[in-house]
Design a protein around this ligand. Structure first.
Ligand SMILES: Cc1ncc(COP(=O)(O)O)c(C=O)c1O
Length: 463
């Protein structure tokens, strides 16, 4: 997501060198994407910024994509890339997967929308129950809708207003969570009680004040926050592993303590597994880290490239929905086409075996990137979970947003992105994202990633 340029760290690499290489790579980028430049001009006449979502923007213009197949995508200039962006972590099934295609075509021929329940929704809910060990499920159309529903549910069930949210986490674009996503250094406030900073304009201050940010990975501050707002916290929403400021895993015991504190204070624990859910293990972060939340928010990879989301909940919260105390509604919820894609994804493609393959391919890629880092003495390290991984351009590990802000070298990260884009590797724009592998990624694709990274590393280190 290229919106805020918020990583301000400076590594030992000379700024002059980074700037001159960036200029060189930017010129190369412009040269091989002239048709994207033309599309950008046309697009800006009809879409603000020339993109359907502001997260698709990057300098000098977005690369407009023509098509994808398996692990590959082709842009409108005919440029071929191995896709490590994978639609912001959606396409774990690989592009144009025939299993998903067959399910979609079959459903199409039998009608795609009734706004009445179909068997597909039952089968998908059963699969999610088995994966995530929560008994009740409802459907949404995006991650934003899932986290919005989860917050309505926590507030409705507890009759309280305040929501604890992690500083530097992006949990979707509804009012309650568009707070302290990427605040600037001078906006942060004290670490023990960070300022609630709206992410852009359009959110009433009265609503912003109902969200209480906390730093990730600090159980003591979390405890003090619950105590400071005694009896007023409806719930805590948290990505179990942060995935929108590179990847930050939870410290040992942190999620367990969050669970305990929510229980002690009568608050609901909401896992935002929009990114982690179908990518880091068969049962997502919930299974991987062994902590059971009250609510799980899913979207992205669960529906194999179609716009679907889901929200899992305890039996008690299911009753809150079933009784219509909290209204969980939507014309397209459980849309049969999306359910057909989700059923094929969850039962036929992203099987338990698929996660083993994703993890071992990812581990190989991480190890080879780490080897390049070590050999070239780069101020960086690798981090990964399941299908997801990244190189973090910081010389020491980061544990929370404030580390990201001050320790990650934003300019070096942007340069690495440009190198990848110029060497046939399609990557998420911006400093804060990570790669996502699909089941179509094989050794040859990993080799190409490492070759591009090697080209970057040797030029930056002068090797
Ligand atoms: C952790 C997390 N939660 C929620 C969302 C919102 O999902 P969507 O873009 O489908 O609304 C995102 C999107 O990137 C996300 O990364």
């Amino acid at each position: 997501m290229p919106l805020p340029e918020t990583a301000h760290g400076e590594s030992a690499i000379e700024r002059k060198l980074i700037h001159s290489l960036t200029e060189e790579q930017m010129a190369r980028f412009r040269e091989h994407t002239p048709t994207s430049a033309e599309y950008f001009d046309r697009a800006r006449q009809v879409m603000p910024g020339g993109v359907p979502s502001s997260f698709q923007l990057n300098d000098p213009w977005p690369v407009y994509i023509d098509r994808g197949k398996g692990a590959m995508v082709w842009d409108v200039d005919g440029g071929e890339y191995v896709d490590f962006h994978n639609g912001f972590g959606v396409m774990c099934v690989g592009h144009a997967n025939p299993v998903i295609g067959e399910a979609i075509m079959a459903r199409h021929d039998e009608g795609t929308h009734f706004a009445a329940p179909t068997n597909g929704s039952i089968v998908v809910a059963q699969n999610l129950r088995d994966r995530f060990a929560l008994p009740q499920w409802r459907f949404t159309n995006s991650g934003t809708e899932s986290t919005m529903a989860a917050i309505h549910l926590a507030r409705g069930a507890t009759e309280r207003d305040l929501i604890i949210k992690v500083e530097g986490s992006y949990d979707g674009h509804h009012d309650a969570v568009m707070v302290s996503c990427y605040p600037e250094l001078d906006e942060l406030g004290p670490r023990e009680s960070p300022n609630a900073v709206p992410f852009g304009h359009g959110y009433p201050q009265a609503v912003v004040e109902l969200t209480v940010p906390v730093p990730f990975n600090d159980a003591e501050i979390l405890e003090a926050t619950f105590e400071r707002h005694q009896g007023r916290i409806a719930g805590m929403i948290i990505e179990p592993a942060m995935m929108n400021i590179n990847i930050i895993p939870p410290r040992d015991g942190y999620l367990e303590r969050a669970r305990e504190l929510c229980d002690e204070h009568g608050a609901k624990l909401i896992f935002d597994e929009v990114k982690t859910g179908a990518t880091i293990a068969y049962g997502g972060a919930t299974q991987r880290f062994g902590v059971q939340p009250d609510t799980i928010c899913l979207a992205k990879a669960i529906a194999g490239g179609y716009p679907g989301g889901a929200i899992g909940m305890t039996a008690e919260l299911g009753e809150v929905v079933a009784s219509d105390k909290v209204h969980q509604i939507g014309t397209f919820n459980g849309n049969p086409l999306v359910m057909a894609a989700a059923e094929a994804t969850l039962t036929k493609v992203l099987t338990a075996d698929a996660y083993e393959k994703l993890e071992s391919t990812n581990n190989a890629l991480l190890a080879r990137c780490q080897e390049v880092i070590d050999r070239n003495g780069l101020p960086a390290y690798t981090q990964g979970l399941g299908a997801k991984g990244c190189v973090i351009f910081a010389s020491e590990p980061i544990y929370e947003y404030r580390d990201y802000l001050t320790k990650v070298d934003g300019e070096l990260s942007t340069l690495a992105w440009l190198y990848h884009m110029n060497h046939g590797i399609f990557m998420t724009p911006g400093v804060e994202e990570e790669w996502t592998l699909s089941i179509a990624h094989e050794q040859e694709h990993i080799d190409r990633y490492v070759a591009a990274f090697e080209a970057f590393a040797s030029e930056v280190s002068g090797a």
